[in-house]
Design a protein around this ligand. Structure first.
Ligand SMILES: Nc1nc2c(c(=O)[nH]1)N[C@H]1C(S)=C(S)[C@@H](COP(=O)(O)O)O[C@H]1N2
Ligand SMILES: [Mo]
Length: 409
């Protein structure tokens, strides 16, 4: 698909109501018919159960983008109902180029070869024996917000920003595995390959591999979900989702990038002058108000907590400011601890709505000093030829009726 097709598909899809609920929308058929008792203290509660489910009254689901197939597709996290900084694994956004493979961990192998002294083929059991680390990191698809370049398109924050999620990831530092294999002099890149039907492959600089890449098998306290790469995926703190190869089966140590599909025809950024930026790995600082946000309705004037998420591929979020007048004036928001590098940060801002029309915005600054740009300023530099890496300020209009909608301001 060229950019125009891509965008018109997106626009059509969003106009059609964005999406159908994801496959497996949780509903427990046995209990759904029976109304809850008026007084739960007068009835014996339900039985214990071996694997938990959320309350049947909670309905937030991932929304699937209406693509031609359910396999080469993506789903969006319901950020408007997000709490704190962790995305429940069942609601982590998904992007699959060729479906979710069904992998038996006892048969899965990770091969490390190329410019190494000791090529290795590791089983999952062997990988589990290495010293492990856990970190809370966001993953954001660089296609997040890609409907929003030219005009406000998605209705709510799930559509505009739902391709970012946060989890605690557990695994082995890739540097440890590379040291075990013995990287040879002159090796400056690695090539990572997935075991899915897309055999998704990315070239990645050795420097970042040695710095903080993680070969992860854990997510939020249990094995990584099939959708997130079971049994093994690459986690690359702060870098675009696409580089974080799922179902990881091979790492080749090399001395140049291999120019795969995902770094030539896709995941490059076409600039106004016709040149393209390549290997734009780092996700620049971004924030969004998750509540109040598009599609919600404020019941009336009075107190509201404006809350949202901020994150940066350059490390820590330093500050978030909130505007209630479309960017004319800004006030600092409160950051909820912990404020972690390469993780979603929750911000809060107390607001008394006077019942007049208001435009809500948030603006993040990261520890490098980078300030999230206004959309108009962003487009001045990037043009509108691109699909990926839109990190501009999002505006939500609160109408006098209390209805909240997506606007460009
Ligand atoms: N093997 C493989 N890895 C993959 C993909 C894929 O289709 N196959 N999709 C990539 C893209 S585009 C993104 S945004 C992230 C999404 O990760 P998630 O589905 O766990 O949210 O995985 C990346 N890794
Ligand atoms: Mo992506």
């Amino acid at each position: 698909m060229n950019r125009r097709d891509f965008c018109s598909t997106m626009v059509a899809a969003v106009a059609a109501g964005v999406a159908r609920p994801g496959v497996g929308a949780a509903q427990s058929p046995a209990t759904v018919e029976k109304p809850a008792p008026d007084d739960p203290t007068k009835e014996l509660g339900g039985p214990v159960r071996p694997y938990g489910e959320r309350s049947r009254f909670e309905k937030a689901v991932r929304q699937q983008f209406p693509t031609k197939t359910n396999e080469a597709s993506w789903t969006f996290t319901p950020l408007h109902e997000s709490r704190g900084i962790i995305t429940p694994s069942a609601l982590h956004f998904e992007r699959h180029h060729a479906g979710v493979p069904d992998i038996d961990p006892s048969k899965h192998r990770l091969m490390i070869h190329g410019m190494v002294n000791r090529p290795m083929i590791l089983t999952m059991d062997e990988i589990h024996r290495f010293p492990s680390v856990s970190h809370i990191y966001f993953i954001e698809c660089s296609g997040n917000s890609s409907t929003e370049w030219a005009k406000p398109t998605a209705k709510g924050v799930q559509g505009t920003h739902g391709l970012t999620s946060g989890s605690e990831w557990t695994g082995v530092p890739l540097a440890l595995l590379l040291k075990e294999a013995g990287v040879q002099q002159g090796a400056t890149w690695i090539v990572a390959e997935g075991a899915d039907a897309a055999v998704m492959t990315r070239s990645l600089p050795m420097k970042k591999a040695m710095d903080d890449m993680l070969v992860a098998y854990g997510q939020n306290g249990e094995a990584i979900r099939p959708e997130q790469g079971y049994p093994l995926r690459l986690i690359i703190p702060g870098w675009e989702g696409n580089s974080q190869v799922k179902w990881l089966r091979r790492i080749k140590v090399v001395d140049k990038p291999y120019m795969t599909r995902e770094e030539t025809s896709k995941y490059t950024d076409l600039m106004p002058d016709g040149t393209a930026r390549q290997f734009t790995f780092e996700m620049e600082a971004k924030s969004v108000i998750t509540s109040p946000s598009g599609g919600q309705k404020l019941p009336g004037p009075g107190f509201y907590e404006v809350t949202g998420l901020a994150w940066s591929g350059r490390g820590k979020i330093r500050s978030v400011e909130v505007s209630t007048d479309g960017g004319k004036s800004w006030k600092p928001a409160q950051l909820q601890e912990p404020v972690l590098r390469f993780a979603h940060v929750r911000f809060r801002f107390p607001w008394k709505w006077d019942g007049q029309e208001a435009i809500l915005q948030s603006r993040a600054t990261d520890e490098s000093g980078y300030v999230q740009p206004r959309l108009a300023d962003f487009v001045k530099i990037r043009g509108v030829n691109s699909v990926y890496h839109l990190n501009a300020i999002q505006s939500w209009k609160v109408a006098a009726s209390g209805e909240v909608s997506n606007v460009h301001a």
